[in-house]
Design a protein around this ligand. Structure first.
Ligand SMILES: Nc1ncnc2c1ncn2[C@@H]1O[C@H](COP(=O)(O)OP(=O)(O)OP(=O)(O)O)[C@@H](O)[C@H]1O
Ligand SMILES: [Mg+2]
Length: 432
């Protein structure tokens, strides 16, 4: 913040240097609160509580920082609040339901959303968007990001396979020379939705110190009627100019649509152009430093021509996050929420088969429960293990339907052992 006071600025730096120093952080939070920046104070108090769960001073400060503004007895809450300062300076006062009419939930929620910290976290910068939507540019290049494989929680198998099958040869020119072109193909990530394919692709780019160019094929195909081959070519031209660069083809199945089944000429041309580009990369000439990763939830719909040797010839199954990964994801989504002494171990056990996206949703649901509860009773409370476990019970893992479909393919259409990894997993989990 440009106009921040020097004291706040130095305290912020001191806190960053000693993140575990709870009294220091609380001091910082007090100052923020005194400046009327109560949402930031809530965040700091929440972090302090993570370091020292149950700390009375931290808790007291949190409650003060979350202080709810008094409800207007007569006028509807929304209007009353329209010009009021977002940050109440007065001590917390309970929100009381209006005497006669029913309580205005939406208004109350909106009111407290200013002071209880973000209800909807921004996606980590690491992850950006899952591609391109609407009328955004057809593709985007991100500078080498800060995401590394170490940021991917758990999933040791995936990381080891990535290292052996992709990263080591890419990083090591000697190895590349030794094995020649056979290592030049791309890697296809597949698995249930929301389980980290995009995240992992970004981490791979981070490991290679490469730019990251995402192309969401289902989005761009619609926008490209008529000019698709040229656009595919432009994407790879951009990547060559920006090398080292990872080209990430998301939703590869949108193209795959099995060419024989596709009567759409335009689509066939796009696939052919993509094959040309992939072969260009395999041949090396002028393509040094361009790496191709692709992802799909439905690998069985991907055109087999795209999977021939030298193209996307290696696959990597990305499964629902294992226990350490779930813990990392939960920690991430709870990091700025007012929580108290959350038992992560219990929560991790209760969320088997949940995808990363499901876990984010779970944290949101629990926060909502605590928020509405606070508004209803007029006494602010933090998010507890019980809220989170309750949310876990309420939600069904979204990966279930995927596994039912994948099970059939793995059992009856496992051509050339394509889905051996998936079969092994299904056996291990007794899902066969
Ligand atoms: N192992 C992990 N460690 C940390 N965060 C993870 C991990 N796996 C997934 N996530 C998080 O889970 C969320 C969903 O992941 P992501 O978008 O990469 O899934 P996806 O497989 O690409 O989904 P889709 O099939 O919908 O495109 C993201 O917020 C991501 O950061
Ligand atoms: Mg994705």
């Amino acid at each position: 913040m440009a106009d921040e006071s020097p004291l706040i600025r130095s305290l912020r730096a001191a806190v960053a240097a000693a993140p575990g120093d709870v009294p220091l952080r609380l001091h910082f939070a007090e100052l923020l609160l005194a400046e009327g920046r109560s949402d930031e104070a809530v965040t700091e108090a929440a972090v302090a509580l993570q370091h020292a769960p149950g700390d009375a001073a931290a808790r007291a400060l949190m409650v003060r920082a979350m202080g709810l503004p008094p409800a207007a007895p007569e006028t509807p809450v929304v209007q009353e609040r329209a010009e009021a300062p977002a940050v109440p300076e007065s001590p917390p006062a309970p929100v009381r339901p209006e005497p006669k009419s029913s309580f205005d939930w939406a208004a109350a929620e909106e009111q407290v959303s200013d002071v209880v910290g973000p209800r909807f976290l921004e996606e980590p910068q690491a992850e950006g968007g899952d591609g391109l939507t609407g009328d955004a540019a057809a593709w985007d290049v991100d500078a080498p990001g800060a995401v590394r494989l170490a940021d991917v929680g758990g999933m040791t198998d995936v990381k080891e396979r990535l290292e052996a099958a992709f990263l080591a040869p890419m990083r090591n020119p000697e190895l590349r020379r030794l094995y020649g072109k056979s290592l030049r193909g791309g890697l296809l990530l597949y698995g249930p939705p929301g389980c980290g394919k995009t995240f992992i692709a970004r981490a791979v780019a981070g490991e290679l110190g490469a730019n990251f160019l995402t192309v969401s094929l289902s989005d761009v195909l619609d926008m490209w009627i008529g000019a698709s081959e040229k656009n595919i070519h432009d994407i790879f031209e951009t990547a060559r100019r920006q090398a080292p660069c990872v080209v990430f083809l998301d939703e590869l199945d949108a193209l795959g649509g099995k060419r024989s089944r596709t009567h759409n000429n335009g689509l066939r041309n796009v696939v052919n152009q993509l094959l040309t580009e992939l072969d260009g990369i395999a041949s090396g000439a002028g393509n040094e430093g361009v790496f191709v990763l692709a992802a799909t939830n439905v690998p069985w719909d991907v055109d087999i021509a795209l999977r021939r040797p030298g193209r996307l010839d290696r696959t990597l199954l990305v499964l629902p996050p294992d226990a350490p990964a779930r813990e990392a994801i939960l920690r991430y989504h709870l990091r700025e929420r007012p929580i108290e002494a959350v038992d992560l171990g219990k929560l991790v056990k209760a969320t088997e088969d949940f995808s990363g996206a499901d876990l984010a949703h779970l944290c949101e649901t629990a926060a909502e429960t605590a928020l509405l509860d606070s508004a209803r009773t007029g006494s602010v409370r933090l998010i507890t293990t019980k809220d989170l476990l309750g949310a876990a019970k309420q939600l069904r893992p979204s990966t279930e339907p995927w596994f039912s479909a994948a099970r059939n393919v793995a059992m009856f259409a496992n051509e050339g052992g394509l889905y051996d990894d998936l079969l092994a997993y299904l056996k291990r989990k007794r899902k066969l």
